[in-house]
Design a protein around this ligand. Sequence first.
Ligand code: SF4
Ligand code: SF4
Length: 178
Amino acid sequence: MSSFEETVSRLLKIPVGYATVLRNLFSKPVTLQYPEQKKPMSARFRGRHHLKRYDDGLEKCIGCALCAAACPADAIYVEADQNTNAERYSPGERYAKTYEINMLRCIFCGYCEDACPTNAIVLEPIEFPTGYTREGMIYTKSMLLEAPPNGVPTTPQATQPGKFDRSIVPYPPVDASV
Ligand code: SF4
Ligand code: SF4
C-alpha cells in the first residue's frame, strides 16, 4: 500500500470513530459507582465470611477449629476457651475466644463452611473484603461476628445450668424442667 492509500484509509476511519462515539453517547452507562452502587450477586457467590448466631443470641461457633484444619490456604486462626454458665458465648463446653481470617490468603473455596459442624461460618454474597493494609485484611472475630437479633442480649450470657451442655445436638436445647 502506497503512503497516499494509507492516508486515505486512515481518514476514512475517522467517521467510523465518530459514529461509534455518537452511538454510545446517549446509551445507558454500564459503569457502577462502587462502593455506593453494588452489583447484585448470585446467591451462590462466595463473598466475605460471617460468624452466625442462634435466635437466642448465642454464637454458633464452638471453637472446634475444624474450619482451620480444612482450610487449604491456612488462612484461619482459632483459639478456644471454656464456657461457663455465668459467662456463656456458645452452647457446649467451648467457644472461640479468638477467631481470625487472613483475607489475603483466603481463596474463597468455601471448605471452611463445609467443615463447620454448626453452620457457624458462612460466606455470604453481601460484600467482598477490602482494605488498605495487610493488617487491615486480617478480619477479627468482632468484624466477622453478626449482631444478635433485635431485642436479644449479646454474648456472654448467664444461662441455666444443664441447659446448654451439648455443643451441637439437640438444638434448640431441651429444657429438662418442662
Ligand atoms: S474460603 Fe477456603 S481459603 Fe478461605 S478461609 Fe475458608 S477454607 Fe480457607
Ligand atoms: S466456625 Fe465452625 S468449624 Fe470453625 S471453629 Fe467455629 S464451629 Fe468450628
